[in-house]
Design a protein around this ligand. Structure first.
Ligand code: URA
Length: 443
């Protein structure tokens, strides 16, 4: 629809003119409930043009929205599509992460919380840029299928207690359109727009409780604790306004989580955790988030650490993978080429920059630049030393995996300066001392 048509339509058939809504926000006014409900709905059905919504998104980025406006905006985005109605006997609870490097926590967490007695309906996305996507990781498992119908989701939740699958296109379609627009108009970085985007999809999914893992640090969307705390507060406020018990957990993302970054390598690490092993930081965060989810589900007495150590959650994982066509026992794809990066100094590793490792893994083929690009299941990085560990010059530090050796020089260029050493062994590491930084609860 061209802008002339939009203006005519707005003046003849619509209760508001988009230009008035844009002007109001541009001049710092609060938008009314009616304006918000209309502009989101009209944008979804094409009666507000892309350039008008782009201008409004920029006005919101510059002027902000208060908690009530943000809650209403979220409600309008939910109303743009369907809400899943999850009729399951167990309490339902979900987790969302704002995205990080090596963040495979959903993989052990969903079967763990299901084993503990709650039902976890986790509708996930694919990766874009330096943070990986849960579906891309699971698709490294031979036969595993991401697309499920609403009936299949409900059946699996009843049978297994955990579903990780693709979000249906009918869930908050306004967000799908608006997120693509924000991506190309420098309006992603608005806390009310980020918070409403995340919460509209999660609330539409229908879980009774929601735990949000808000990452802080170089590998995260939010680089500082102050920004992350602001986002966490906005997320918890939206949950409270919509009657969904919500907890936000601020967690460290200055170094990659665990040792594996990529797709198949992260699945392998998640399976280690489910078998009672795996890196300490992945275990710590999985147990911390499970504890918060179980508290929201009314099961605070269950000890997720004990259940994880028992290996029972691994059985639930196998059932969850099989229910979606995957073979949990099948060999995972292996890279055609590996390249080892050796330590160029001796001493304690004090930092390993999450962002650099994430971008390098992406350049090796683990991630995509455009939504339609394929990913390499076997591409990624194994971090052979973590901050806080002592390393000797020449010791293997990182192992790069790819099917396209031509990608290695670009990845190495990205990794230049990504780690630091301290001469003295007692120099403080930037991470490793507790991954959970803070917790905010809606009730
Ligand atoms: N993730 C989302 O789902 N939406 C945003 O706006 C940013 C991150």
């Amino acid at each position: 629809m061209n802008p002339e048509d939009v203006r005519t339509l707005a003046s003849t058939q619509e209760p508001f003119a988009a230009v008035d809504v844009i002007r109001a926000k541009r001049d710092g006014a609060r938008l009314t409930d009616e304006q918000i409900a209309w502009v989101v709905d009209a944008y979804t059905r094409g009666a507000v043009a892309e350039e008008q919504m782009a201008a409004l998104a920029m006005a919101i980025l510059l002027r902000g929205m208060d908690a009530a406006e943000t809650a209403r905006w979220t409600g309008a985005m939910i109303d743009s599509g369907e809400r899943l109605s999850l009729r399951v006997a167990r309490p339902t609870v979900d987790k969302h992460s704002t995205g990080g490097v090596g963040d495979k926590i959903t993989l052990p967490l969903a079967p763990l919380v299901a084993t503990c007695g709650a039902a976890v309906p986790q509708l996930s996305g694919r990766g874009l840029g330096h943070t990986g996507g849960t579906l891309d990781k699971l698709e490294a498992i031979p036969g595993w299928r991401a697309e499920l119908s609403a009936d299949e989701i409900a059946r699996q939740l009843d049978d297994v207690g955990a579903v990780v699958c693709a979000a249906t296109p009918t869930l908050a379609p306004a967000d799908r359109k608006l997120y693509a627009l924000r991506d190309v108009t420098a309006t992603v970085e608005s806390v009310p727009l980020i918070a409403s985007s995340i919460m509209s999809k999660k609330i539409a999914e229908g879980a009774g409780g929601l735990v949000l893992d808000v990452k802080v640090g170089s590998g995260a969307f939010m680089k500082t604790a102050a920004q992350a705390r602001e986002l966490a507060g906005a997320l918890v406020d939206i949950g409270a306004a919509h009657g969904v018990a919500t907890t936000a957990v601020l967690t460290d993302m200055s170094a990659p989580l665990g040792s594996a970054v990529g797709n198949a390598v992260e699945v392998a690490e998640a399976v280690d955790v489910l078998r009672g092993g795996g890196p300490a930081d992945v275990v710590e965060l999985t147990v911390a988030l499970a504890g918060e989810m179980l508290a929201l589900a009314g099961l605070p007495e269950v000890d997720p650490a004990a259940v994880l150590a028992s290996g029972e959650a691994h059985e639930t994982w196998c059932r969850m993978i099989r229910a979606q066509g995957g073979d949990p026992g099948a060999a995972l794809p292996r890279p055609r080429h590996t390249h080892v990066v050796e330590a160029d100094g001796t001493g304690m590793l004090t930092a390993l920059d999450a962002y650099a490792v994430g971008v390098a893994a992406w350049r090796l083929g683990a991630g995509r630049a455009r939504r339609e690009d394929p990913v390499q299941a076997a591409a990624g990085i194994r971090c052979l030393a973590k901050p806080g560990e002592r390393v000797e010059r020449g010791q293997p530090l990182l192992e790069l995996h790819t099917d396209t050796p031509a990608a290695v020089p670009g990845a190495l260029e990205t990794l230049r300066g990504a780690w630091t050493f301290a001469e003295r062994d007692d120099a403080p590491a930037t991470t490793g001392e507790g991954i959970v930084l803070d917790v905010l609860r809606s009730n």
